[in-house]
Design a protein around this ligand. Sequence first.
Ligand code: AMP
Length: 309
Amino acid sequence: MSLLVVGTMAFDAIETPFGKSDKIVGGAATYIAWSASNFVTQINQVAVVGEDFPATELSALAARGVRNEGVQIKKGEKSFFWSGKYHMDMNTRDTLDTQLNVLADFDPIIPESYQDTEFLMLGNLTPAVQMQVIKRLKNRPKLIVMDTMNFWMEIALDDLKKVLKEVDVLMVNDSEARQLTNEYSLVKAAKKIMGEMGPKYLVIKKGEHGALLFHEDSVFFAPALPLEDVFDPTGAGDTFAGGFIGHLAATKDISFENMKRGIIYGSALASFCVEKFGAERLREITKDDIENRVQEFVSLVQFDIELVD
Ligand code: AMP
């Protein structure tokens, strides 16, 4: 098992109908690492941060097996910053500010000890950097999963389309799948992405309405757990990605059947993420908490039915 994760490690400022955070630690790769570290003992992290990024965050992650040899710390520079505001339904949000800072000229370094990775998680990041990471690996990983977002579709669509050609699984939310394909129907969008764009598997996240996994003519649906309190959805998608790839890397099984289980683990982890601001809740949970939550998912969708023929 070896898992390489690349993505932003950042500061976020979040506003929800229930509260507002100051600048807190966030970033796609941060959430992915916290989440995936529940499944695998070692994660090889590639990212860039400024001098302002707390060393305590890197050491807390290191204690969970997240290696930071590939995390560049730029002296005198500032970390990526994102600010967002959620609407009342918490499923939609507006980006208020994106400051690339160190990300603007990120040249990813892949340490020799990171080579021969079997699983690659391309977290949300500049598409050209995602591509560089693929190119700098001497051998193609067994599975490449990619996340992206509307921001990159708007400013770097050509680069994004080039990366798509290289990946096995694309993970986007419903509005991003629509934006990428100009199709309202998610089934048509999936056909277009899998038929013409590169990935052979597609995961469409629908926030509190669950997630869909497409492959050829098969579709699998996982609900999101109905939660009494949703405090902050930031990072839920990345946490989902971490659970998904963490489970696949731990089991080394990339079959469609196992991806279904990956989707359930991803959904379970995401359900914890939203319960507190930032990655706070992800720091607290135990393996038992996760297994209990997966059991709740099983109970949620299990039923007996007798079909009359
Ligand atoms: P999610 O809620 O899963 O979409 O992820 C939110 C996280 O993505 C935040 O912690 C942000 O720091 C990070 N983020 C926001 N915009 C971008 C972007 N354009 N590229 C990479 N990461 C981003």
